[in-house]
Design a protein. Structure first.
Length: 333
């Protein structure tokens, strides 16, 4: 059914309760590709263990992330939805690509530096080689397009470098992927410190809107959002907090930033924050109820996982046999 279509791949770590940043920067955009592309959307549990996880929680979040994919509009009939650890080719190609990724390149990754600073007692080799596993995720499926937030841009560029390097040595093997980074929502900022990215693992709950937060919580968190001491709803120097709220409001209402500024011209921050909170709560209402329905049916989620991983493994195997032959592994099947 998917023959001849170009491929989209993306992944989300089940490492915490997903945020409005994950939603607006990535997941909300995924379903737009489903008709035109062959889409693989993966729950990347192997990436998640680069920082310590509670095993029971990781398992639950893996189910939840899959349920959330569907609650956000991904139809399992039109998209291959699967869990990374169910397709061993990711680890296999990850190892091979480790051998085509330079120490210096990995040392320059800003996410490695940030995460090492945050987890000083667990700077493990997996955290360091995380980007070559991510390259494997993408290159296994001959991916053309990778929808992600801007924080993944550096990893994506490294994936392209690795693909080009491998192709340069062995001849065309991998499609060299392009990123698809949304314009206004590529980096949703923390509500408490608008110079920082909104992050799943932020210990300050007021900084983060969770996709599954209830309506009152969402509205309360937006009311408390840190802004500047001015009163005009406008983008500009020193107004990162307001600018972030303008992007969020624009994204959930479909309005462009100029129109948002015009709509709130002459009205104060209080009015604006309430409007943003209500609009976000409205737009997530349906996701929340669908999630409640889907996540209650574990057996159905397991069926989706099984079907998705079988399909993904088939496609991955085609790339793997090519790669193994090219690097000189023997094949005696
Ligand atoms: P992860 O799990 O941190 O985030 C999932 C997706 O959400 C985007 N995102 C944001 N976008 C806008 N504003 C934010 N505040 C924000 N926070 C997160 C991320 O850019 C990402 O698109 N390494 C990846 C997972 C991964 C992957 C892949 C992605 C593994 N293999 C292959 C694409 C292709 C990660 O940690 O995403």
């Amino acid at each position: 059914m998917f023959q001849d279509k170009k491929v989209v791949f993306s992944g989300v770590q089940p490492s915490g309760s997903l945020t409005l940043g994950n939603y607006l920067g990535a997941i909300k955009n995924f379903s737009a590709f489903s008709d035109e592309y062959r889409c693989y959307y993966c729950v990347v549990d192997m990436h998640a263990i680069t920082v310590r996880q509670n095993p029971a929680e990781l398992r639950r979040r893996t189910y939840d992330t899959l349920a959330l994919y569907m609650a956000c509009g991904l139809d399992p009939e039109k998209n291959v939805l699967f869990v990374q650890s169910h397709v061993p080719a990711h680890a296999e190609l990850g190892w091979i690509l480790d051998c085509y990724t330079m120490f210096g390149e990995l040392s320059r990754m800003t996410q490695f530096k940030d995460k090492s600073a945050k987890n000083a007692d667990n700077i493990n080799a997996g955290l360091f080689t995380y980007p070559s596993l991510m390259a494997a995720d993408i290159l296994l499926y001959q991916t053309e397009l990778v929808p992600v937030g801007v924080d993944q841009k550096q990893h994506l560029e490294l994936s392209r470098d690795i693909a080009n390097r491998f192709n340069g040595v062995y001849g065309d093997t991998f499609v060299v992927p392009e990123g698809y980074i949304p314009q206004t929502t590529a980096k949703i900022m923390s509500l408490a410190e608008p110079s920082k990215k909104m992050s799943k693992s932020d210990p300050n709950e007021n900084a983060v809107i969770r996709i599954l937060d209830d309506r009152d919580t969402i509205i309360r968190k937006f009311k408390r959002a840190v802004t500047d001491s001015g009163c005009e709803v406008r983008r500009g120097e020193g107004k990162e907090g307001i600018e972030n709220l303008i992007s969020i409001y624009g994204a959930v209402t479909g309005k462009n930033p100029d129109d948002v500024e015009a709509e709130f011209d002459g009205r104060g921050y209080g009015d604006f924050k309430l409007a943003v909170g209500e609009a976000v709560a409205d737009s997530l209402e349906n996701v929340r109820s669908e999630f409640a329905r889907l996540s209650a049916d574990k057996k159905y989620l397991e069926d989706i996982m099984r079907k998705g991983s079988a399909e993904a493994a088939r496609a991955a195997m085609r790339t793997m046999s090519k790669v193994k032959r090219k690097v000189g592994f023997t094949d005696v099947r």
